[in-house]
Design a protein around this ligand. Sequence first.
Ligand code: ZN
Length: 341
Amino acid sequence: MTQGSSKAHKKSKPYIIGVDLGGTKTLTVVATTQGEILLRKKEETPASQGPEVVLAQIQEDIRQVIQLQGIHFEEIQAVGMCAAGFYNHREKVMVKSPNLAGWTHIPLPGILEERIGLPVFVENDANAAAYGEFRLGGGRGKSHVVYITVSTGIGGGIIADGEIFHGSQGYAGEIGHFSLDLNGPQCKCGNRGCLEAISSGTAIARQAAEMLAAGRSSRMPEVAAMDGRRDVTARHVFTAAELGDEAAAEIVDRAIKYLGAGLAGMATLLNTEIFVIGGGVSMSGNSFFQPLQKAFFSRAAGPITENVEIVPAVLGDEAGIVGAVLLAAEEYALGEGGLTE
Ligand SMILES: [Zn+2]
């Protein structure tokens, strides 16, 4: 029985704690090492109170999910965390986070490991989401995957040969700040004509507001009013376009054409197999994906891009946390014996 209990010991860390640290909400989960989420807990992120308060909250959330799931601390292999921001993956430092006040040069995994007593793996949220979709979502079975989220902003992550492509510091994949229009609208990054400033949900809503302010006749305000809103959002623009509204169709057409051109550029550079598109704007289904494919192939360069697929993401808001859990499970996998048995 001694051997049996030794095997049991090797397999006795079946859980990963996942943390998705966002600017407004923090999601903490208990998951298996295979990426299956067993328990979820969502809390407001006390972002305005600075890193110390946020870190204390993360520590407390982890304690609570362990208790709620009724598991032992000793059964946890590691913590996998994702967060928005410039995470330098070589130095393991959160250099800057746009949504978290005061987060500059914070050695995030080091601090948490010391406080929690577990190994902690951190990854940028878009990279983690790319990994989640690659392993268990829309990019499953492929090796060269680009994940793009089109919501209020546009973010992305690159999987090359089955691994996250980090670039020199960990910041690769920022497709939202591809500058595609030299004289285009101002982007919040300081540049002009970035994809994010043309095709994101925020940009689509801004263009609708500009058209309406210029006196363009459109059903967009009517669609927004039916939704109980005074301001027109990207979703209203898509709905109005589907109803045959010309002004809305123009905005959608432009947003999708630029996105298609951006994807074509990426595919030419990376020889991508598949683009997995997530985020609120991509929820518009065929009225988004069909013209996007058309725009992509009209811009794509010959054999490099011939067989590229463009598909919707399947893991939704949880792509990042699933990716973070899987990355932590792989980084801190138990010894060979434990894995093969
Ligand atoms: Zn930009």
